[in-house]
Design a protein around this ligand. Structure first.
Ligand SMILES: Cc1cc2nc3c(=O)[nH]c(=O)nc-3n(C[C@H](O)[C@H](O)[C@H](O)COP(=O)(O)O)c2cc1C
Length: 188
């Protein structure tokens, strides 16, 4: 077996691909697709997104210090791609994607109604890293689509058919391999 060395670059895949909804101080809103997003702390619940300063959404996040992460699904793949290749500077992405903004509980940015999970976030730190600014944020509220709840109160995100971003392409998630801790579970 041989390995080929690539020049240093981003190769941490697959990644979640999310639609981030934003608002400015005047209430103008937009959506930007982000793959450089991650969970960074359990308690307090914290997430991060990295956004280039040239993105139209960047100044909106800077103005309000808030954003909403909306998870994507197979059904939302087309809209997620569109929001990642067109700028809110030129088009109204709500109109073009026919997605529905709904008022968030705690932040100015709206949630996307069609997304199965909306995560309201407040920026607590901004780091200029180079090409991208890293927004470190605390989770202020989470909303999940009740269609994916079972009678025991468990949430089944897999039923929403979430997607991932893998080296420039979108994929549906494959088959279930096991539960957290299955490697050490006693066999019945
Ligand atoms: C799959 C995908 C992932 C992307 N991830 C990021 C990202 O993590 N950070 C970023 O700044 N731009 C990212 N982009 C590019 C922006 O979404 C794109 O430039 C968008 O048009 C910016 O919208 P805006 O100008 O309305 O803010 C991504 C695009 C795609 C298609």
């Amino acid at each position: 077996m041989a390995k080929i060395s690539f020049k240093p670059g981003n190769m941490l895949y697959p990644l979640p691909v999310v639609m981030v909804s934003v608002a400015d101080q005047t209430g103008r809103t937009n959506m930007i697709t982000v793959a450089w997003a991650g969970t960074i702390c359990t308690n307090p619940p914290m997430v991060s997104i990295s956004v280039r300063p040239s993105r139209y959404s960047h100044h909106m996040i800077m103005e309000t210090g808030e954003f909403v992460i909306n998870l994507t699904t197979e059904e939302l793949a087309y809209a997620a791609d569109y929001c990642g290749v067109r700028s809110g500077k030129e088009v109204d992405k709500w109109k073009e994607t026919k997605l529905t903004p709904v008022k968030s509980d705690l932040v100015k940015a709206p949630c996307i109604a069609e997304s199965p999970v909306n995560i309201e976030c407040r920026v607590v730190r901004t780091e200029q890293l180079g090409s991208h600014d890293l927004f470190v944020a605390e989770v202020a509220a989470v909303h999940v689509d009740d269609r994916y709840m079972d009678e025991k109160g468990c949430f089944h995100l897999e039923s929403a058919r979430p997607i991932v971003y893998n080296h420039g392409e979108y994929y549906a998630i494959g088959k279930r391999l096991g539960k957290f801790g299955f490697s050490v579970q006693k066999k019945p």
